[in-house]
Design a protein around this ligand. Structure first.
Ligand code: SF4
Length: 63
């Protein structure tokens, strides 16, 4: 699995980082970055959950 954050629409709310801190990080940027590419299978579920719960639908997933 691969995942991406659209920097143009992410508002930096941090929900993805809270749900999947090994996969997403806010850091000092105003938007989330992806830490693991590709995403290891053990994090697929939380990555999907983050994508579902992102209020801006900024997270896309490629199987
Ligand atoms: Fe950005 Fe969505 Fe993550 Fe919030 S949940 S920081 S809007 S990618």
């Amino acid at each position: 699995m691969r995942t991406k954050v659209d920097n143009e629409i992410c508002m930096g709310c941090g929900i993805c980082e809270t749900l999947a801190p090994k996969v997403f990080q806010l850091g000092d940027k105003p938007y989330a970055i992806v830490l693991l590419d590709p995403v290891p299978e053990e994090f697929w579920e939380v990555t999907r959950q983050a994508a579902d719960e992102c209020p801006e639908q900024a997270i896309s997933i490629e199987a």
